[in-house]
Structures are given as C-alpha cells and as structure tokens.
Design a protein around this ligand. Sequence first.
Ligand SMILES: Cc1ncc(COP(=O)(O)O)c(C=O)c1O
Length: 319
Amino acid sequence: MLEHGGRLAKAAAEHGIPLDKWVDLSTGIHPVGYPVPPVPAECWRRLPEDEDSLLDVAARYYGTSHLGACAGTQAAIQALPLLRPPCCVGILGPTYAEHAHAWRQAGHQVREMTEYDPALDVVLVVNPNNPTGRLIAPETLLHWHAGLAAKGGWLVVDEAFIDATPECSLAAHTGLPGLVVLRSLGKFFGLAGIRAGFVLSWPELLEALQEKLGPWSVPAPTRYVARQALADHPWQEANRIWLARQSAKLAELLTRHDLPPSGGTALFQWVETPEAQAIHLRLARLGILTRLFQASSSLRFGLPENERSWAKLDYLLTP
Ligand SMILES: Cc1ncc(COP(=O)(O)O)c(C=O)c1O
C-alpha cells in the first residue's frame, strides 16, 4: 500500500496528540465540504439501481453523457490497466503515485516522465497535477490525444482537482476512442468518505469497465448524496469562489513565512524547501499534519478549516 495524506489517526497515535486537537492539512480535500442531506431510509435498505437519475445529473454537471459511476476514482485507477494488454505507459510526474502502481501491478511497462513522449501507448496526466499544481491547456491535451488515438493509444486525464476550474476540463470532449477522463467527488465537494467518482470515456471502454467493477459497485447512499451535490449549482458557484480565495490566502500566509509555494490549486499549495522534512515533523509534533514528499523535499498544505486552524498555522510557522 502506498503512502497518502489524511491518515490522522495514525499521526495521532504516533505523536500522542488526541484526534480532536489536530489541524489536518495533509489532503487536498475541501475543508468544510458539501452539507450532506439526510439519506432516505430506502437507500440503506434497497440495492442501488443505475436508473436512479445519478447518471443524468452527472451528465449535466460534466457536460457529457459518456460516463459511468465508480466508487471513487481509485476504483477506476485500479481497473483501467486491466483493460489493455501489456503496453508502454508514460506518466507525467511527479504525481499521485497510485497510477504508476496500478499500471505496474497489471504488468505494463511504466515510465515516469517530465515531458510528453508520443512513442508511448498510454499517456497519463493528472490535471491540474497533485502535488505540483501544473496545469496543461486543454488544446495541448487534445493534440496529444489525437496522436495517441490514431495508433490505438489512450490519453488518461485524472481531473480529481479540476472542479474549481471547469473551463480547463476535457469532460465535454469525451466519447472519442482513446480519451479517458477521471472525475472525483472527493476533493472539490469534500465527499472523500462516500467514495464517489466518474469515468468519462467512449462507450466500449465504459462497458468493459463496468464489467470489471461488477454490479452495485456504488452504494445507494453514496449515489443519493452524489446526486444532490452534483445538482447543487449555487453551492458549486459559491465554493469555486470561496476555495480560490482560501487558497490565495494560504499562499500569502506561506509566503509571509518564507515558504513561497511553487504551485498549487484551489484546494492546496505546494512548497519545495530543503527543510521540508524538518518542518513537517515540527508541525506534526505540535498538532498540524501536512503531506511530506520526501523524494522532492516538498510539502503540500491543504486549506485550514476554520479561524482557529488558520491562527494555529500562522502561529506555529512563526520562528
Ligand atoms: C490525483 C488524484 N486522483 C485520484 C485520487 C483518488 O480519489 P478518489 O478515489 O477519492 O476519487 C486522488 C486522491 O488523493 C488524487 O489525489
């Protein structure tokens, strides 16, 4: 199993600090999240059904009807590599490590690369990237897709962090063979716990994927909550603005403490510093959890949840 942010219980045990005393900045999840409505009783009692209008609501939100639901994009990340015979896969890195892991596990040759290489069979891009924040223009990605698709290749674009900037998404272009877009309800909607995501791609791939994921893979309570969140345009609009402001405020705070971010999104800021490990440990000992990337000596800071958390971060970063 790979390392991830969000393991607060583990940090609490390691540092002997009770769970409720922590400020968890170790993920890129909306710190408040979508206000989940009460779930109707039949969602607990009945098997989930594909005809519950979730796909229609999702089609309106994403701007395409070429989609299928999954129990978080992680489920799709693990299933996609099983749908191709062994091939050469390039992953624009450094990035979310589960992609390389899944393709390797399925027997593919995986190369982490810093620039696009048209010689590959499958190219995988996290856009905007986690943790660097690098954003590749849709036109560039479509150009890559055209080249790959012409020889039976795939472009897989993981858009887990794109909901705050939907104009950068390739969602509306899906349906064409060779283009796969992954969308998550975990980050922007702050619904990581319900395990909901979508795969946007051409019909044959969607069918093969559903076959792999099996029946009832997305629980009825998850489908209910996802439907409400995807249909709630006022919440989405307000939160796009709010998150962008919070993230800019975080970048300012970090810069004020001599930790200017090298990149970020509306949901996190990424700081490269030779002191990354020391800062991570110092903050953890005082009850602030950040995400440390040892290989690149960098830290990812998620958004603080409330004024107390902002004040604690500000105070503890002061030498
Ligand atoms: C880039 C990226 N993609 C996908 C995921 C998986 O998200 P989920 O399975 O909750 O949709 C994560 C989780 O951290 C991520 O950072």
